[in-house]
Structure formats: structure tokens, C-alpha cells
Design a protein around this ligand. Sequence first.
Ligand code: PLP
Length: 386
Amino acid sequence: MSQKHANKSGFETRAIHAGYEPDPMTGAVIPPIYATSTYKQDGVGGLRGGYEYSRSANPTRTALEGNIAALEEGERGFAFASGLAAEDTLVRSTCRPGDHAVIPDDAYGGTFRLFDKVEKVWGLEHSPAPVSDVDAVRAAIRPGTTRLVWIETPTNPLLNIGDIEALAGVAHDAGALLVVDNTFASPYLQQPLALGADVVVHSTTKYCGGHSDVVGGALVVRDHDLAEQLTFHQNAMGAVAGPFDSWLVLRGLKTLGVRMDRHCDNAERIVAFLSDHPKVSEVIYPGLPDHPGHDVAARQMKRFGGMVSFRCAGGEEQALAVCERSEVFTLGESLGGVESLIEHPGRMTHASVAGTDLEVPADLVRLSVGIETADDLIADLDRALG
Ligand code: PLP
């Protein structure tokens, strides 16, 4: 399928065809894993297809970058060795020492650590603000120095919702870029660039890869100049995705739509079960009508995703016991794979924010609902809750 045709197609067609046309020499339907660091030149500077060294570009990575750009409806995509590598490259490319960023007050712990322990030492200040409160985000902006308004929506692990369109307006009024970490929603459920965001960030480790077998990251932008800037920094900083990792993420993206629909179906079943459970004091899911971000989520997301958090009536002790007793839900960090995972954010993914304003409740349990049989998942939680 021609790329022109693929890029104008529906989401699932793009997921399968965008970024790569069958190899003209062999007809290979799937891009090979180009395990090569360098490329033979036809005379000095005579590059075949533009490839000279695999840090700058590699055909397997190019296929992934084209595919994810098409899924996010952006101008260009960039693939990195991890989500945090993508974030670091973005920050160094768009900010200078002395600048300032607004970040979520419940950001993923690793993102907070990057801003607080790495970018701050380099000279970038940051202020946390709740993504669900547009006025609070506006108030956190420092006129003249804020370069980035950075949000996650839904956030990790409290599933707060930021209004992308409204926050894009707030960022742009201040001359800043709106960055949306779209890891939890995936491009199937939410396309921030179409709502006014300037940059989409992904930990492709999660739903994009989808099989818990690769660590990766991506950026997608819609502005040509910003894309050129990132091209320079991706090569200059060198935190690129390798060819095998790129191939795995590309393979995952082909089934993103069908996987996400099943993640959402199963999450809805589990939310209904937990909502009626006497040992659960609160279920947090943007699909619930009483979730404070429900209306915004319903406007900007296709469905409400596969992440569910809940609080245990029996406090931290019960939360830890549930995590340890479940069997179909595997106790582990990360999310977005086909298998269901359970974790205790306070002691695991978000331990790095303990003792800060970003600390999460001790009775909180986070579920990454997989695509197993829903009845088995419910029976497992029922057993684990005792
Ligand atoms: N953003 C979010 C929302 C995440 O959950 C994570 C990791 O869990 C990251 C970014 C960082 O990605 P990675 O672990 O691929 O570096």
C-alpha cells in the first residue's frame, strides 16, 4: 500500500501499513531488522536511501517512526531507547538552563525524578500543578521563562484527567509548548496533537509495544521546525531505539486497536465488580460518571482505557495483601501488556516520590488490566480481596 494512501486511511489500516512499503527487492511484507551500524556509500557522500550510520537513522527505526507519527497524526515521529530517554531529549532540545517547566503534581515517578534530580541540576526549574485544574496550571506558569507545560492524561496512578484543548490554550498564551504524555491512553484512545498539543510523548514499553518484551520511547510532533530540532538532538544525544526494539514496537502497534478494545472491555467489567465490593473504599476510573474528569475524558478519549486504581477499606495492610495474593494478576511494575499486572504504587512505581507533595495514598492498588478472560480476572481479584 502506498504511504500516501496509508496515511489517509482509518486507524487500524494505518497501524498495519503506515511507515513501510513491502521491500522492493524481496517483497518482504514486514520490515527486516536492519542489524547494521553503517551503510556502504556509492562514492564519498553517495548515500543509498539517506542512511549513513544507525545512530542517525536505521530503516527499521524509520518504519516505526513513520508508523507512530501516522497513528498520532503528526508530522514526524522519533523512537528512543526508553520513555525517559525520549523525555530527556525533548527537554534538552526545547529548553535552556534558566527556563522553567510546569509538570503534573502526580506525574509518573520517573518523570518527576528526571525533572527534579537531572534537569534541575542542569538549570531547568519546575513547578508541579494538578493537570485537572486549568487555573492552577495557568497560575504555575512563570511568564517569560516557562517553556513547557507538561501533562499526563490520564495520570499515573491516580487517573486524573487534563483538558488537552484548554491546556494547549494556556500554554500557547504563555509562549510555551504543551507536551502530552499519552502513554496511558495510547494513540488509539486519544490523539493530543489534533486537540492542540505540540508534542506527544510515549513510553512505548507500555500499550504501543503491548507485550512486556521491550523498553522504548517515542516523541511525535506536528511542527516542521520542532521536528528538525528533535532530529538534531536525537542524533546528537544518541539515545535511539535499536533495530530489534524498533521492530518489536512496530509489531505491537499493528494490533493496538484490537488490544485496546479488549483492555477497555475487561477494565469496565472489573470496575463494575470492584465498585460493589465491600472491601473497596473507592474505585478510580475515568469511565465512572462520578469521576471528576469524566466529562473531559468522554470528550477527548474514544474509551477510558485499561488502567484501574482502587483504594482498600483495610488500608495499606490490605492493599499489600491483595497485591501478594493475586495470581492471574502478576505482581509487577509496568503496564500496558497483554497480561494483567497489579502493583502497590506507594512502595513500587511511585516510591521515588515518597515524602514529597507527589506521594500517593498508601491504600492504593493499581491494576493494568490485560486481555485475559474477564471472568478469570474477576475471580482472581475476588479471591485476593478475601
Ligand atoms: N511516562 C509514563 C506515564 C510512564 O508510566 C512511564 C514508565 O512507567 C514513563 C513515562 C517512562 O517510560 P520508560 O520506563 O519506558 O522509560
